[in-house]
Design a protein around this ligand. Sequence first.
Ligand SMILES: [Zn+2]
Length: 387
Amino acid sequence: MKTILRTDITVKDICEGFVYNELEGKGLFGLAGKLTIQPEYQRNYIYADGKRDVAVIESILKGYPLGLIYFNTVGTDSFEVLDGQQRITSIGRYVTNKFAVKDERGMEQYFTGIADDKQQKILNTPLLIYQCEGTESEIKEWFRTINIAGVPLNNQELLNAVYSGPFVTLGKEEFSNTQNANIQKWSAYITGSANRQEFLERALEWVSKGNIGDYMSRHRYDTNIAELKTYFNTVIDWVAGVFKDVESEMKGLEWGRLYETYHKIAYDPNEVSAQVHKLCTDFYVKNRKGIFEYILGGSQDTKLLDVRIFDEATKKSVYTIQTDEAKSKGISNCPLCAIGNDSNKDKIWSLADMDADHITAWSKGGATDIKNCQMLCKTHNRAKGNR
Ligand SMILES: [Zn+2]
C-alpha cells in the first residue's frame, strides 16, 4: 500500500461542495465533489450530539491538532475517507450552519455569526491527510487495524466494513436509519441505537441463529434483504402478539432464541397478560427479565425468576423448632426422613446439612415466609426440587 502525506488541503477545500444528508445522517461529499466522505463500509455519523461535534470545532479554534485523516485513492483525483469522516462531517456541518458553538460569553454562535477572522481561521486550517492507495483487501485489512487501535468500531460496524456491498447497504437502509418510523416500535424489544447498528445486528443475529459473519459473507452480494426483513418482522410480530402489554423488562431479551423455541406453542394473550402482570408485581420475583421465558415455558422453571429465598434467621428459627420437636418424639428432624423406613428415620441433621423448602411451592402461590418454610435434609430437598 502506497501512502503520501498531504498538508495542502484546508478546511475550506474540504468543505467545498460539502453535502450533508439530514435524512440518513451522513456526510456525503466534499473537496468539490472529489471526496466521498461516507463510503458504504463506514459507520454512520455519530458525532451530532452537541459534544463531540462541538469539540471538533473548538479544537480548530484553539489550534489543537485534529489528528490524522486518511483518504483512500479510488481514481484519478477522486478519494474516499477511510478514517476521519466523523471529524470532516462535523466541520462541514458547522461551516454550513447545521449547529452552533458557544463563544467565550457562552452565546450559541453559528458559523456565519462569528467574527470574520475566526471564520478565516477555521477555513484556512490545514488538515493532516494521509492519502493511501492499495487493493480493496489491503485497504479493508488496514481499516480494520486502525479501528481496532483507535476509538473502536463495535462488532457490527466492523462486520459492515468487512462485508460491505449491496446487502449491507440495503440492511442499513432498513435497520440503521434513525428516520425509520419502526425504530420506536422495535425499541420496546431491542436495546441500542440504529446509528450504532444494533438493530441490524439483532436482525442478523436472529436470522442467522447467531452466525452473523457467516450469514453476511454468504449474502454479501445479494441485491435484496427479503429473508432478513421477513424473519425479523416475524419475530417482532410474534412477541407483540403473545405479549399484549409492553413491559420495560422486555427490552433486550433474546427474542430470536425465544421465538425459535416457543413459536409453535399456542398462547392465550389475555391469559399471558394476566400472568405477566401478576409476576411483575410479585415481591418474590427477583429477576423480572425472566418472567417472559418463564411464562413461555409453561410457568415451570422458577430458576428463571430467581425467586427470593428464605433468609438465615428464618432457617435457623425453623430448624430449632423442628429439631426440638423431633428430639422429643425420637424421630428425624427432616420430616421426610422421619416417615421413611431407612436408618435415617431418627437421624438429627445439623443445620448445615439441611436446606429450606417452600411447603407450598412458590409457583403454586406459597410465600417465602416463616409459615411456609420447612427444613429438609439436602437429599430430600434436592429430590423435591426436581419434581
Ligand atoms: Zn430427609
